[in-house]
Write a protein that binds this ligand. Structure first.
Ligand code: TYD
Length: 175
């Protein structure tokens, strides 16, 4: 039994979910979170992010070189919709598979019609899959993506190791 495995053999996992700019601009946030609640997982982190070029390219680094890469970066940064993404971390047993099942296949035309991507996604005339949500696809990606989008203090619970460091930096505070 691994340290995140329970007595029934299922893994306690965390997964990154992004409601992409098309999901926000189409006012789908409520529908998406409602549908994801069927997973019976808990949300342990959530924030609105204005996605930098660096964050977008690091998130999708494995797709660099694909013909759709530049459009994908523009899409996730909101150049076609709104410059916001809602980033969330879901936590619980088999979180990665449960969430992927609800989000559906990458290509919205091939996704189960009652999945989020099947219901709300589209392919643009220039060929970009506007599939409204991102969900991590395996434990390695989930760990990398969660650590890319969130700092440990932004999560109410984490299954990944943390350490303490003294960091001195300027921060914007309320006047
Ligand atoms: P990928 O990581 O392969 O899929 P997923 O998001 O299901 O984990 O692809 C990342 C994103 O790239 C995908 O959500 C939409 C976009 N994409 C395209 O626009 N065209 C494509 O042919 C593919 C494979 C992906």
């Amino acid at each position: 039994m691994t340290n995140t495995e329970n007595s029934e053999g299922s893994e306690v996992e965390q997964t990154l979910v992004l409601i992409k700019p098309d999901g926000l601009v189409k006012s789908l946030t409520g529908n998406i979170i409602d549908k994801l609640s069927e997973s019976e997982l808990i949300i342990v982190g959530a924030k609105v992010v204005e996605v930098s070029k660096d964050l977008a390219e690091t998130h999708y680094r494995d797709l660099k070189g694909q013909k759709f890469f530049d459009d994908l970066i523009k899409y996730i940064r909101g150049e076609y919709h709104t410059r916001r993404v809602l980033a969330m971390v879901y936590h619980g047993e088999n979180a990665i598979t449960r969430v992927r099942h609800i989000t559906g296949a990458t290509n919205p035309e091939e996704a189960n019609p009652i999945s989020l991507r099947g219901k709300y996604g589209r392919i643009t005339t220039s060929g970009v899959f506007e599939n409204v949500v991102h969900a991590s696809s395996c434990p390695e990606d989930a760990k990398r993506e969660i650590q890319l989008w969130f700092a440990p203090h932004e999560l109410s619970k984490t299954i990944h190791g943390t350490k303490k460091e003294t960091i001195t930096r300027e921060e914007v505070v309320w006047e």
